[in-house]
Design a protein around this ligand. Structure first.
Ligand SMILES: [Zn+2]
Length: 97
């Protein structure tokens, strides 16, 4: 009987330790990635997707050129929506490939 009780308590303690550890690690990695993102934005490695506001890498291949400006997008969907909004605004469009 005692054996079971000890096992249950030990299991509960282990579970709590484990759960705490995971939460801490998750928080730390979130803070780390936020700092990393800020650094990349500051250095120009990451730019804002003008359609949805997400930050994307300038290495990404989903981009359009508008005059001297190059816009980068997180997805083709965003790119197409942005192109559509440019069309609606009657801007000059870069050729779509
Ligand atoms: Zn997007």
């Amino acid at each position: 009987m005692w054996k079971w009780l000890v096992l249950i308590v030990a299991g509960y303690v282990l579970y709590r330790l484990f759960a705490n550890d995971i939460l801490k690690k998750k928080k730390a990695s979130e803070e780390e990635s936020a700092a990393e993102l800020q650094r990349k934005v500051a250095s120009g490695e990451m730019v804002k997707d003008p359609q949805c506001g997400a930050y994307v890498s300038v290495d990404g291949n989903i981009s359009i050129r508008d005059g001297n400006r190059i816009y980068h997008f997180c997805s083709y969907e965003c790119r197409d929506k942005y192109l559509q909004s440019l069309e609606d605004g009657a801007h000059e469009l870069p050729p779509q490939n």
